[in-house]
Ligand binder design. Structure first.
Ligand code: CTP
Length: 410
């Protein structure tokens, strides 16, 4: 795994998570997970004390990045020197922040990697203190905290309650969800969908017949990717659940790759937890082979029967799990567009359906598209225009319909 600079167009704010020594270090792992889930990029830096409580591997597995912990690691320094590392994040979040680390920070020490990074940055620093209640209440700590606050360090917590040392009082690290919310809130985009989470399915699925063959649908994924990008532009935090396509992940969008319809269903149902909007732009295979052959099927016979079974309808399953979710689907039709699209709108209990004519060279593998969008008591034509323009219009319509039907009940 490399700790080189990530691509510029990668999603979310860049967060350098500093983990210092203390029993709350394990909560740092949950915080890393929360940041990642929200689409942030997370680089963890641990102090020597932190390494006594949690392993670097834990954070590495969660963030997908090599954890940094030493100023003197030649290999890591060669990949990204500490000054470069200090420039990388949009914010430094120290959680848990021990009394000792905060004292060092207040006095400008640069005696390990994390303290050096804090001194060598002009980015916002957040600290979530965690310590015994008497250490927190000690005037030395309180003086350090007032120095740090005075310099613009944003202090989150601590909370009060039962402590690992058996005492009860103020000094517990704030809960990871609260810390994540506070930090990410400062980077929240603006726009009509700000503060909302959207999940978009895109691309085809592949249903294996044997190790080298599969059933699939024609889909470039372009329209779904463009919708994901357009929703992100309107301020939504977007996760793209994508089948195999040859497209770059849009800037600011988190992508989960899947292959089969079953994987897409599982990933989508997991991702819609806490989301407000789902857009089903994927061309999901309606059927899959009852069982995939373990070995390549040989052409011994003139005919070959392939038993197929229905795949779960992802949008219907999502509706069953989340009655409040705003769900937009797509319909590809070769005839009776309005009738078939409205039928799907009702059957799948969608909030909106975007229908397009397909066949005869229309829509597939092309950069332009036209959609007829239907909802219970309305319809609108979008395009014809480039797929990104149509996606922008569709995202704006989704925002409009969401506001009309769901405002005040997110
Ligand atoms: N969809 C889904 N899960 C499936 C199948 C489809 O989520 N297993 C979604 C698609 O992403 C799309 C919409 O449902 O948003 C399309 O509905 P579907 O009934 O599959 O449309 P067609 O394939 O056009 O249906 P039909 O074959 O009945 O015309």
């Amino acid at each position: 795994m490399s700790s080189a600079l990530p691509p510029a167009a990668a999603p979310g704010p860049r967060i350098l998570l500093g983990v210092t020594g203390g029993i709350a270090a394990y909560k740092g792992a949950e915080l890393a997970r929360q940041f990642i889930k929200a689409g942030a990029q997370v680089q963890v830096v641990m102090t020597a004390g932190a390494l006594r409580f949690v392993t670097a591997q834990t954070f590495q597995a969660l963030t997908g990045r090599t954890v940094r912990h030493s100023l003197w690691d030649e290999q890591a320094e060669a990949a990204m020197g500490h000054i470069e590392l200090a420039r990388w994040p949009d914010a430094i979040v120290i959680a848990p922040a021990s009394a000792n680390f905060l004292a060092g920070l207040a006095h400008g020490f640069a005696d390990d990697l994390l303290s050096t990074l804090c001194l060598a940055t002009d980015k916002p620093i957040y600290a979530a203190p965690a310590m015994n209640r008497l250490m927190w209440a000690n005037p030395a700590t309180q003086a350090n905290m007032s120095t740090l606050r005075g310099r613009g360090v944003r202090v989150i917590g601590p909370g009060s309650g039962a402590q690992a040392c058996g005492e009860v009082g103020e000094g517990r690290m704030s809960e990871p969800e609260g810390i994540a919310r506070e930090v990410l809130g400062d980077f929240a985009p603006s726009g009509p969908l700000a503060g909302l989470r959207a999940v978009v399915t895109a691309g085809p699925t592949r249903e294996p017949i044997d190790p080298v063959r599969f059933i699939t649908n024609r889909s470039s994924g372009k329209q779904g990717y463009a919708v994901a990008e357009a929703l992100a532009h309107l301020g939504a935090t977007v996760t793209l659940v994508s089948g195999p396509v040859h497209l770059d992940t849009p800037a600011g969008v988190r992508r989960v790759d899947v292959e089969t319809a079953q994987q897409m269903a599982a990933a989508t149902l997991a991702e819609i937890e806490g989301a407000q909007i789902l857009v089903g732009a994927a061309a999901v295979a309606d059927y899959r082979p009852v069982s995939a052959a373990g070995q390549k099927i040989k052409k011994n016979a003139d005919t070959l029967d392939l038993a197929l079974t229905r795949n779960t309808d992802i949008l219907s399953a999502a509706r069953a799990e989340q009655p409040q979710l705003f769900i937009a689907g797509f319909a590809a039709e070769t005839e009776k567009l309005a009738e078939h699209a409205r039928g799907k709108l009702q059957r799948k209990k969608l909030d909106l359906i975007a229908a397009n004519w397909v066949g005869e060279g229309r829509a597939f593998d092309r950069d332009d598209n036209a959609l007829q969008v239907f909802w219970t008591d309305g319809e609108r034509s979008l395009g014809p225009a480039g797929k990104s323009e149509v996606a922008r219009q569709l995202a704006a319509l989704i925002a409009e319909r969401y506001a009309a039907t769901h405002a005040g009940r997110k």
